[in-house]
Ligand binder design. Structure first.
Ligand SMILES: Nc1ncnc2c1ncn2[C@@H]1O[C@H](COP(=O)(O)OP(=O)(O)OP(=O)(O)O)[C@@H](O)[C@H]1O
Ligand SMILES: [Mg+2]
Length: 227
């Protein structure tokens, strides 16, 4: 479980908190969507879930590990895969295959296991036949699938996604959303930040943020009726 307790975040060099006493839990296997106006703190909240930043006040726990514990950061980042808003900032390999191998390589796994994870992850996202391609030759939707394969190669329990369908055409969006639903049905919890209301109609829980706070939380119907 991911547990966020009274999380307040003040960025260095600023006075006012960007997140204000946020509390939230994400159960294993849940599909949670987060919406809210530009600048309300959605990306800041996601960064806390995989220990990219740590609370100014309060705590974030991932499966019992506190994100303040620097020795747990590696394991937290393995469990909570992060899909950033722009895939170009996340793809590091010269080929698709090399990119997906990067994470498991850092875990110092045996080469055979790394190859197996890369093959499986690329098959899962439907990108196996692009393994030798240069990532920059792919479409936006395909790049997004590669970043999801990057994360899958680490066997995550949770995936935090920052507007994963932004700037995709309808076909690319559908490709990504279908994959996310399938991975969720296989037990990976999703924490999905979006601006597209039509993407959140069938999620388990919708969280509405405003000014660094959670202002609604419930089924999409419940959460939206209060907005
Ligand atoms: N490193 C930083 N230092 C100072 N302020 C920051 C930093 N990163 C983000 N902010 C500020 O924190 C606020 C919240 O940003 P955040 O990116 O979390 O919002 P968001 O809800 O994801 O917005 P968007 O919908 O535009 O993606 C913004 O005003 C932003 O300028
Ligand atoms: Mg954002």
């Amino acid at each position: 479980m991911i547990k966020v307790e009274h999380l307040t975040h003040i960025y260095d060099g600023t006075d006012s908190p960007m997140l204000k006493t946020i509390s939230l839990e994400v159960e294993e296997g849940e599909y949670v969507a987060i919406i809210g106006p530009i600048g309300c703190g959605k990306t800041t909240l996601l960064k806390h879930l995989n220990a990219l930043i740590v609370p100014t006040e309060g705590n974030v726990w991932v499966d019992g590990m506190n994100t303040r514990n620097t020795s747990a950061a590696g394991e937290i980042r393995r469990r909570v895969g992060m899909i950033f808003q722009n895939p170009d900032n996340q793809i590091v390999g010269m080929t698709v295959e090399e990119d997906v191998a990067f994470g498991p390589g850092n875990l110092r796994l045996p080469p055979r296991e790394i190859r197996q994870r890369v093959t499986e992850a690329l098959e899962t996202v439907g990108m196996a036949k692009y393994a030798q391609r240069h990532p920059h030759t792919l479409s936006g939707g395909q790049k997004r699938l590669v970043t999801i394969a990057d994360v899958l190669a680490m066997s995550p329990r949770y995936i935090a996604l920052d507007e994963p369908t932004s700037s995709l055409d309808p076909a690319g969006r559908e490709m990504v959303l279908t994959l996310l639903r399938r991975l969720n049905s296989q037990g990976i919890a999703m924490i999905h930040v979006t601006h597209n209301m039509d993407e959140i109609t069938d999620v388990d829980r919708l969280i509405v943020m405003k000014d660094g706070m959670i202002v609604q939380s419930g089924t999409p119907e419940e959460a939206l009726s209060g907005v």
